[in-house]
Design a protein around this ligand. Structure first.
Ligand code: ZN
Ligand code: ZN
Length: 475
């Protein structure tokens, strides 16, 4: 299937908002424009093969072509520029090693230098470019100026060519001059105008979407904080939200942190991960167990937010693909080699920077997921259960009290994490009361369990292995 067709179909079937589709890369329009670029170059004698050989840095001939995308460094707009350096002597290009087509091109250049102008396409030009004819750096004293030939509607007529010296008739007294002139390419400029403005539009669209999602995240974060707030007097969904967010973090929907598979995910993988997450929530009945209706509503909003981010990713990916396809086509048909240069030359801080989901995801974890503290962030690094009661060593590392006691008994002086000499100095003074309170509040079940297992361990230490733990009961 041709890409143009597939692209159109993808845009239609992904259920993108219509104003997004309006902003999509106008692939067909660019393809049409590319045809004109090709014709324009061909009429100058610059078919892909000729251009390739002239652009080749290893080319030893006396004519060299340079192609730059961002000729205007002071502007954010792309301006492609094709310049030719010609070694001239007496108004005649010197050359000993050119192919016939290159010679033909050279002859055209020579004539244009002598005429001090380029004859341009007869086709009506949508945006006539002014100033592309930057002309000759030092006009040559050439008299043989051919008159412009009449132009037929479809063909550009170039003036009669001047001969190219086949043998570089080197003369010690006259080594000629180097002429640099810009080849005015109307459609080349138009092509990049279209592409640049579309990349800009897509960036703007992406910024708007991100802003919208960020507002939604802040809103939703407040809602979840409300329904997951631990309270002794009213119902809350703390445990269920914790389970849901734990699954969500495990799913690593948009970003992977594994060493094997690191960084931003493709929309395809993100979709798969998102489906896995939803399935798990479903299978474990997590959303069904919500005690508060507000939690259910908030969960739906959370899913919608993720779907929305995924859609953004899909849309941007599709457009990025369209750009890379059209640029490859451009290179194949012109040999101008811009596939690599374009992404850095064009000023795009969103689409081509590849950070579509990054900011939104970062915010999602900072302002939404973290609203519900995760057990993983409060584990003792030695026993991997809740670090309750938490002892904060002088090096600021936190361990559960049992582990610190055991390390002290072994007379190990150094913190297991940073090797600071702080363990023996620890006393009940190091108990972090605030953190302890926080753990009881957000992890009541885990704190209670930890307390119980601490008691049992101590009982066994004090009374021997026959110790039977009895829950504290009021007699
Ligand atoms: Zn521990
Ligand atoms: Zn430490």
């Amino acid at each position: 299937m041709k890409f143009a067709h597939g692209f159109k179909e993808s845009l239609a079937t992904h259920d993108f908002p219509p104003h997004w589709v309006d902003h999509a890369i106008p692939y067909s329009q660019l393809k049409k424009c590319l045809k004109k670029v090709q014709r324009e170059l061909r009429e100058l004698g610059l078919d892909p093969d000729t251009l390739r050989s002239l652009l080749d840095p290893g080319n030893t001939s006396t004519v060299a072509v340079q192609y730059k995308l961002n000729a205007a460094s002071d502007s954010n707009l792309l301006r492609p520029k094709l310049t030719v350096n010609v070694h001239m002597r007496n108004g005649v290009p010197i050359d000993a090693s050119l192919t016939p087509t290159s010679k033909e091109f050279l002859n055209k250049i020579a004539t244009s230098i002598s005429q001090d102008q380029w004859i341009h396409t007869s086709e009506p030009v949508a945006q006539p470019k002014t100033g592309t004819l930057d002309s000759v750096s030092a006009p040559l004293p050439v008299s043989s100026s051919a008159e412009s030939a009449p132009q037929s509607p479809d063909e550009v007529q170039h003036p009669p060519a001047q001969p190219v010296n086949d043998t570089a008739n080197l003369d010690a007294t006259d080594d000629g001059t180097y002429e640099t002139l810009e080849v005015p390419l109307v459609f080349d400029g138009e092509f990049f105008n279209i592409l640049q403005s579309d990349v800009n539009n897509l960036d703007t669209l992406q910024t708007q979407e991100e802003e919208r999602m960020k507002v939604e995240i802040v809103d939703l974060g407040k809602e979840v904080a409300q329904v997951a707030k631990p309270s002794r007097f009213s119902k809350n969904d703390l445990a269920r939200w914790r389970n849901i967010f734990e699954l969500y973090l495990d799913a690593e929907v948009f970003f992977a942190t594994h060493e094997m598979d690191h960084g931003a995910r493709s929309s395809q993988v993100a979709l798969k991960q998102l489906q896995w997450f939803q399935n798990q929530v479903e299978t474990r009945g997590l959303a069904k167990e919500f005690k508060l209706a507000e939690s259910r509503a908030a969960f739906t909003r959370f899913l919608n937010l993720n779907a929305s981010l995924l859609k953004n990713l899909q849309f941007q990916e599709l457009n990025k693909l369209a750009i890379s396809k059209i640029l490859k086509k451009f290179d194949k048909r012109t040999s101008l080699g811009i596939s690599k240069a374009f992404p850095t030359a064009v000023h795009s801080n969103k689409l081509l920077a590849g950070n579509v989901a990054r900011d939104v995801c970062a915010q999602m974890s900072q302002e939404l997921v973290s609203v519900v503290p995760q057990l993983n962030d409060y584990l003792c690094p030695v026993c991997f259960s809740l670090a309750y009661l938490p002892i904060r060593l002088d090096c600021q590392h936190v361990f559960c009290i049992r582990c610190v006691v055991k390390i002290q008994r072994r007379k190990e002086k150094h913190c297991p994490l940073c090797r600071a000499n702080v363990v023996m100095k620890a006393s009940t003074e190091n108990l972090d009361f605030e953190l302890s309170k926080y753990m009881r509040k957000y992890f009541p079940k885990e704190a209670k369990e930890k307390q119980r297992s601490n008691d049992i361990e101590r009982g066994i230490e004090d009374f021997g292995p026959g110790y039977v733990h009895r829950e504290c009961t009021v007699m």
